[in-house]
Every structure is written in structure tokens, then in C-alpha cells.
Design a protein around this ligand. Structure first.
Ligand SMILES: *Cc1c(COP(=O)(O)O)cnc(C)c1O
Length: 354
């Protein structure tokens, strides 16, 4: 462990900031000047440092590339009107990183190291945080196994890295989603609750098949009966049925989204009834048919709230009420944005000034 949580910095010789077109940021097109790197070896995290963002040199036998011992996190930083750096719930990501690490037989990273590394990185690359409305700095912490060893066992060495990228407004075009009842994103007893890299790999093929049929994303169902909803694409999923905000209760096959938790808490504060419980496909399709399903949306850090326009189930497309009629998701989205950017009081203590 390090005694002092100020890490050595190797500053870039030439900042790339002037190359960035802040009017056309896209999502994940530009990478900030520096990254925070820590190595794990001899049963401890060591050599934490900040270095210029750049390529890594790895052995072809790097075990993460073969056996998938790799995980990641995602969170965002904003600038408030005074130009201060605000990070949304970073401790929650530090904790979840370690929950994922445990499931993948990877070592826990001290939360202080995560927080201090992030703080120092953001201080150094502060000018990369866009100030325009709706823009933010996306933060990508990740960890992977680095043993150059082809036998199957938990790696004895790892790298933990945080890099960041300025991102623009995520245009939330309402999506067409298909209820997936054949493939499973995450089985019971699997690693679906962890942000394991492999969870994403297993979702790509079924998603591509649905996209051939004209859908954008999948509505994942449980791996046992395929009768209960779990997530939407790479986001948690919520429905508004009879005016109540209904979402699947978390389990080992559902990722505990920070956005999910924040949306539920805000909804409760606004006096909206919230139900966390098993949500069956049958219930939602019935509600779509009889008009009591007024909204459906995904929730996650990248888009915050991604409205669902159409749900496809067994060859029938159910079109949900138009965006103009929706009140719950837009209200919560606005309230959440206002807290993240320091425009509204942060009564939950979510925002960390860095
Ligand atoms: C990251 C992620 C989410 C959303 O989590 P947030 O903390 O809100 O960004 C939901 N589902 C899956 C599978 C994820 O990987």
C-alpha cells in the first residue's frame, strides 16, 4: 500500500487538447491526455502513477485476452457554472468494481486509491471536461489479468487503469427493443451482477440478430423461464404501469446500476410510487395492450434515460405512447441532470467535488 495518496505524475510532452472539436465530441472519440495506472503483483497494488494516455505493450499470452478475467466501470464528471469539477457517485463505482472483482477472482482495489487516483487525474486533465450543457467527461476505470501464462487459474498480476474521454450530448432516439426469449444475457449463478467484460461479449451476437430484424436492442429475460424481464440492452429497465414506476428487483443476473438506484430514489422523493419486484413479460404485454403501460425506458450512465418506443414480442410490435405524452422519465431525467451539474441541491449527497 502507498503511504501517501499523491501519486507521481509523468506529464505529456504535448497536450492533444487543441485537436479536440468540442462541438462534435461524439461518444468515446477523444481520449484525454493522461491516465492513472496501478499494477498488482506480489499480492499488492503498487507503483500507482499518472502517465500520458497511450498504448500498452502486452504479451500475447496475457491471460485476460484468453480467459476473460477483465472488468470495467463507467461514470461521469461535469463542470458546474463556477467551473468546479463534479463527479457523480464515484464511491458507488469503486464499491461495485470490487464486487465485480470478487466474482472474477481478482484482487480488490483500495477505494481510497480509486478515489485519489481519479481526483488527481481529473485535476490534471480538468480542461478536458466540457462545460456545454449535456456534455461531460466519461470516466472509464478497468482492471484485467496480465499474467503471461496459458494455464487456467486466477492471474497473479493485474493492471488497473482509469482513462477519460470528453463526450457530447447523447441523443436519446427512442429505441425499438425485442423481448429475447432464447438467448440469455446472464444465467442464475453466473456473473451478470458484475461488470465483467465477458457479459458484453455474450450479448453482441443475439443483439446483432435482433438488429437484422429492425430492432435496436434486446429486452433480456431471465435465463430460467424467460418469463421475467431483467435488463434492456446494456442498461437496467423500468416501466410505468398505472402511474407506478416498476422495475425488476436486482439479483445475481441483474447489474445494480447506479443510475437505477438514483432514479428510484428521486422518483420516491417526487412522490411517484416505486415497485422493485419480478416484472413478467406477460404483465408488461398486457399493460401495453390495455393502455396502462405509459412509459418504458433503459437507465444507465451513458444515456441516463433511453426511452423505449416499441416492444417486439413473439412477432408482434407494441407501440408505446408517444414521447410528448410521457411525464415520469423526462421529469426524473431533468432532476438527475440538475443534480449532476450542480444546478439543483444535492439532497442525497451524491455529488463529489474533485
Ligand atoms: C453498467 C451497466 C448498467 C448501468 O449501470 P450504471 O451504474 O447506471 O451505469 C446496467 N446494466 C449493465 C449490464 C451494465 O453493465
Amino acid at each position: 500500500m502507498v503511504d501517501t495518496l499523491t501519486f507521481p505524475v509523468q506529464q505529456t510532452a504535448q497536450s492533444r487538447l487543441s485537436e479536440v472539436d468540442f462541438a462534435n465530441l461524439g461518444f468515446g472519440k477523444y481520449y484525454s491526455d493522461h491516465m492513472f495506472v496501478v499494477q498488482y503483483a506480489d499480492k499488492q497494488w503498487q507503483n500507482p502513477r499518472i502517465v500520458p494516455y497511450g498504448d500498452l505493450s502486452l504479451s500475447p499470452a496475457t491471460s485476460a485476452l484468453h480467459y476473460g478475467q477483465a472488468l470495467f466501470e463507467g461514470l461521469k464528471a461535469y463542470k458546474n457554472e463556477a467551473g468546479e469539477v463534479l463527479v457523480f457517485r464515484p464511491e458507488a463505482n469503486a464499491r461495485r468494481l470490487n464486487a465485480s472483482a470478487e466474482r472474477l477472482a481478482m484482487p480488490a482495489l483500495p477505494e481510497e486509491m480509486f478515489m485519489a487516483g481519479l481526483q488527481q487525474l481529473l485535476a490534471l486533465d480538468k480542461d478536458w471536461i466540457p462545460a456545454a450543457p449535456g456534455h461531460s467527461l466519461y470516466i472509464r476505470p478497468f482492471m484485467f489479468a496480465t499474467d503471461a501464462y496459458t494455464g487456467v487459474r486466477p492471474s497473479e498480476t493485474y493492471l488497473f487503469i482509469i482513462f477519460t474521454c470528453p463526450v457530447g450530448v447523447y441523443y436519446n432516439k427512442p429505441v425499438r427493443v425485442k423481448v429475447e426469449t432464447h438467448f440469455t444475457r446472464a444465467p442464475k449463478g453466473g456473473m451478470g451482477y458484475s461488470k465483467a467484460a465477458g457479459n458484453y461479449a455474450s450479448a453482441l451476437y443475439p443483439t446483432a440478430l435482433a438488429q437484422k430484424d429492425g430492432y435496436d436492442q434486446l429486452l433480456w429475460t431471465d435465463g430460467v423461464s424467460h418469463e421475467y424481464f431483467e435488463e434492456s440492452g446494456t442498461m437496467n429497465v423500468m416501466f410505468v404501469i398505472n402511474g407506478k414506476l416498476v422495475t425488476p428487483a436486482t439479483s445475481d443476473s441483474i447489474l445494480k446500476g447506479v443510475t437505477r438506484d438514483s432514479v428510484l430514489k428521486l422518483a420516491q422523493q417526487m412522490g411517484i410510487a416505486v415497485e422493485e419486484r419480478p416484472v413478467s413479460v406477460r404483465e408488461v404485454i398486457e399493460a401495453a395492450k390495455n393502455g396502462t403501460l405509459t412509459e418504458a425506458f433503459g437507465v444507465g450512465t451513458a444515456a441516463t434515460i433511453a426511452p423505449i418506443a416499441v416492444i417486439g414480442h413473439e412477432g408482434v410490435d407494441y407501440t408505446l405512447p408517444p414521447m410528448e405524452t410521457r411525464t415520469v422519465a423526462p421529469r426524473i431525467h431533468q432532476a438527475l441532470d440538475d443534480i449532476k451539474t450542480g444546478k439543483a441541491a444535492d439532497s442525497f449527497g451524491w455529488v463529489v467535488k474533485m
